[in-house]
Ligand binder design. Sequence first.
Ligand code: SF4
Length: 240
Amino acid sequence: MNNLSTLFKGVEPKDSLEVLSRAIDHFGDEICMATSFQVGGLVLLDMLHQVGKPVRVFSIDTGRLPEETYECADAIRHKYGIHVEWVFPRHEAVEKLETDKGLFSFKESTENRQECCGIRKVEPLGRALEGYSAWITGRRKEQSKTRGGLEFIESDPVHEGLVKINPLIHWSKGDLWYYAEEHKVPHNRLYDEGYLSIGCAPCTRPCREGEDERAGRWWWESPEHKECGLHLNFKNGGGI
Ligand code: SF4
């Protein structure tokens, strides 16, 4: 990580294309991109298309995604010809979870919610990242208090030895939508219904005026627990 601290030296805060390009040049086929087809990820996919260098793109199908997310993923595939690899949870683990605890155990406690995210998201992500050195995310400082200290590059606290590249840290929600409209980027139509952040269907709701973007995710939990474990290690601080 120390020898990477100069990789983005001199890059303008919102020059995400340059961040992407330098990261891909540096890591070659050891970098990949995870997307859940939220507006930031969609903007990054458009930029990836512009950079024009081959990068593996994958998405995790938790089994509980809204239909609208699949429609958006297919629109991206058609527009850019990007081959998105779908990664599924271990079916034995999902079968056991649903058989033992029912279909909505995640609403009963933070522990149960983290168990469900662990099986449906965290384990598949770990598998998808095996053998890579870096992965690209669409996370931004503005999204929540827990993301205020993000940098273009950071050590991954969950997946040892990997770094995360976050090209959009300085972008506001307005910047993303301006770009998406200018470049005619397909978007998830749940955004048109008041959703600000879109994950699994039962754990996502539209936001009210003035709420932050993460308010519509796991709204029954306190803000410090609102990470699914993709970016924070539950074992090292309970998602804080
Ligand atoms: Fe389970 Fe909800 Fe997490 Fe999706 S977001 S994996 S349904 S707890």
